[in-house]
Design a protein around this ligand. Sequence first.
Ligand SMILES: Cc1cc2nc3c(=O)[nH]c(=O)nc-3n(C[C@H](O)[C@H](O)[C@H](O)COP(=O)(O)OP(=O)(O)OC[C@H]3O[C@@H](n4cnc5c(N)ncnc54)[C@H](O)[C@@H]3O)c2cc1C
Length: 480
Amino acid sequence: MDRLDALSSRRFDLLVIGGGIIGAGIAEAATAHGLDVGLVERGDFAGATSSASSKLIHGGLRYLQMGDVRLVREAHQERRALMSVVAPHLVERLPFVFPLYTDGPHRPWVVRTGVLLYSALARAKLNGRVSERRALRLVPQLNTDRLHSSALYADAWTNDGRLTLANVRGAADKGAVVANYAEVVAIHGDGADVLVDGETVGVQARSIVNATGPWLDRVRRLEDPSAAPSIRLSKGVHVIVDGGTDWGAAVTIPHDTSRVSFAIPWEGKLLLGTTDTLHDGAPEDARVTDEDVRTVLEEAAVAVHGIGEVRASFYGLRVLPGGPGSTVNARRETVYTTGPQGMLSVAGGKLTTYRRIALDALEHLGVRNLDRTPRPLPGATGLADVRWPLDLEPAIRSHLLHLYGSLATEVLAPAVDDPSLLEPLVAGRPDLRAQELYAREREWARTAEDVARRRTTAWLAGLDSIHGEAIHEADRTARP
Ligand SMILES: Cc1cc2nc3c(=O)[nH]c(=O)nc-3n(C[C@H](O)[C@H](O)[C@H](O)COP(=O)(O)OP(=O)(O)OC[C@H]3O[C@@H](n4cnc5c(N)ncnc54)[C@H](O)[C@@H]3O)c2cc1C
């Protein structure tokens, strides 16, 4: 059955609109609770905000500053669940050095007390003060001019695009119909019209969830043309530069008493950012400007010297539930609203807490007997005894294990008969051609960009195309 037939041939219990981490997480949780689910995504899965985050699975030290102890505690609980059960291959522990400069915005004792409380909520042993020597061992490019002292704490990092995809896969493995490049264009009492492969198909569903992130209000208006705006958008720009391979920790860089930015060793590069500026127009009108890049680099230079060459930049749009005030201090809470025809809209939240948001959404939909116990996503079990079908360099093995978990053997299986699949996908990255085949056959990739940006890490090679097909638009993450 093709995807058009699969979408139109039955009445779903739940239609999820939006294939970012929130929609994918809801689809996974709903299928695990026995619901028949359809998931439709206008672009590629994780093609918008959910591959443009800071890639941190974290409690959020700055939320303590805002007095939000509950939010921090919940986020730490989720981090532990992701690291131990849900996706231990994709979510890895990362120490953070918080340098305190004599001319910085914080008093050292305030930060040290905050870090102690944060670490207590995290149930982490790593906390407190660290010597300059140790800080430099962890972060060789740390700027030590006017350094008063440094604090150390632990959080975790991930590959956000692949975490989203693992949820899509989890839903599909349990029977959900999932379709990328499938856009909801109308909503009616009994379901929605979806534009897929050039045709509009009617999809019937008992319930609908709108998990379209920055497009939330646009989709709300498909149900209720008079729906008032409910969210604001804030643009966050990241810059990727060479470096970070010899770093053992990330750096948290304080700028004022409520805002920090990060320098994070990520996939063999350094990820710097992020900015936080109100975005007033349509989501697809956002751009990375030269000034954004300059700001990110200048802010990183407060704590990092010898910053390497810029390889890429990208933006994401934070969804802040409406209301006046600065975007920096706006609460990153999730808001659930139900429209006149019963569509549930889910606004705001964090990558870190996606599982909790998904379960709360099911609760809002009236699903009974919710099981909040963490469940492993596909690839998350059997990590200690993966049977590799082929001899591979340790660096490539650990790259594949990180991206696919125990499903790495499935990715490699065709290479047993076709050794050309063990060739690099692009020069300078550990990704293999076998991954492209897997992405297209098993992970719904349709374009070279889907493969390079969200299934593998090939885009970090800084190429514009593979096999002549464009792979990345460095300054865009949203699609028109
Ligand atoms: C700069 C930045 C840094 C961040 N860093 C972190 C971090 O380090 N840690 C953390 O925990 N959180 C972080 N976040 C928050 C986190 O990234 C987001 O909360 C999360 O990705 C939101 O996911 P989403 O599914 O709601 O939205 P999205 O990922 O934007 O997904 C919405 C999807 O809906 C689709 N869509 C829109 N209209 C339609 C339609 N009509 N039909 C079908 N599909 C449609 C879109 O194409 C899109 O893919 C960050 C956010 C930003 C912006």
